[in-house]
Design a protein around this ligand. Structure first.
Ligand SMILES: [Fe+2]
Length: 332
């Protein structure tokens, strides 16, 4: 059975916990209000470059370009404001007709990663669902704008694995699959939210289990298997949870043959959102690099799913995902 969490949920390949988050210079515009301190890196030292709320000028930006400075850094204190800033900025940039699609896709993925990083760091802070809702709205809008846009995002999905990029990939595949099935825009929105949050319960799993490099002991595995329910409990404390979103989270490790977890649900007991996110989760687990296996190409991933998960995943959805990816990736 293919499982995304066989050797500890982050597979030992989590992005190292960096106190400072890199931010590409091109994300900032002249004269706009920047609500966090900006640092530059000199060898291993971070030097304060500009205090929060002191806008950059056109001359500043020109000087960075001339000096070859490509990125700033934001310290731990500024991360929450950075996430908020990027969420607002994202809505503006995705609508900017002068920005090439590839740039928009990179901005979407980078902003999403930083926003999810913040959510995983503070999963219990109020407003988690609101933040995710806004992010998914942007993602659904972008993916729905056409095949070229989806292709630009997909190109960014197939590299190294980190926890937050995994959740983004699962979101993108789930939304795209739902769109392929001609499901409503509101379904796309809700499944996107569930997919982004599908592993939020891992924020409550002890780090020694989550980051354990080897296989988990049976008692550790039992704790790990709780993460879908932990995620539901966490979000339910913030208000009512939509049914599509709830199924996406609780059912992403369930299998149609009853061999999944946490409840061993089978067949008709499993609602469509659970089936979609489960397939997207497995597909991304196979097509990205993890500590315990290298990435395989789409074609090979589909063969593995077919051989090892016959009866576990929804055959109709599987077929749709094959069609979708074959269209997107001509040299799969
Ligand atoms: Fe999971």
């Amino acid at each position: 059975m293919i499982e995304a969490e066989q050797t500890g949920g982050r597979g030992g390949a989590t992005r190292p916990k960096e106190e400072h988050t890199p931010l590409d210079v091109s994300r900032l515009r002249a004269d706009e209000d920047i609500p966090f301190d900006l640092y530059v890196k000199n060898d291993d030292t971070y030097l304060l470059f500009r205090r929060a709320n002191h806008p950059l000028t056109v001359d500043d930006l020109r000087a960075f370009k001339a000096k070859g400075i490509r990125e700033f850094f934001v310290d731990g204190k500024g991360k929450k404001n950075l996430a908020r800033f990027l969420a607002l900025e994202l809505a503006v940039r995705l609508k900017d007709p002068s920005l090439p699609l590839e740039e928009k896709a990179i901005f979407l993925m980078e902003a999403s990663r930083i926003i999810m990083d913040d959510l995983f760091a503070h999963p219990e802070s109020p407003g988690t669902l609101e933040q995710v809702r806004n992010l998914v709205e942007q993602t659904v809008g972008f993916i729905s704008s056409g095949r070229q846009a989806f292709r630009a995002v997909i190109r960014l999905c197939s590299h190294d694995y980190y926890t937050y990029t995994h959740t983004l990939h699962v979101e993108i595949y789930s939304v795209a699959l739902a769109r392929q099935l001609n499901l409503s825009r509101s379904f796309l929105q809700k499944i996107g939210e569930g997919a982004l949050l599908h592993d939020i319960g891992k924020a409550l799993v002890p780090p020694e289990i989550l980051t354990k490099p080897g296989p988990l002991a049976p008692d550790e595995w039992a704790v790990m298997k709780q993460h879908p329910q932990l995620g539901i409990d966490l979000l339910a404390a913030q208000g009512p949870l939509d049914e599509v979103t709830r199924w996406a989270i609780i059912g992403h490790h369930e299998r149609l043959d009853g061999r999944g977890y946490p409840y061993g649900l089978k067949g008709d007991e499993l609602a469509l959102p659970a089936r979609i996110v489960a397939l997207a989760d497995v597909y991304d687990a196979l097509t990205t690099n993890r500590s315990y296996h290298g990435a395989v190409r789409s074609f090979e991933a589909f063969n593995i799913i077919k051989e090892q998960m016959r009866g576990g995943v929804d055959a109709d959805l599987f077929r749709e995902l094959v069609i979708l990816m074959a269209r997107m990736d001509p040299d799969w």
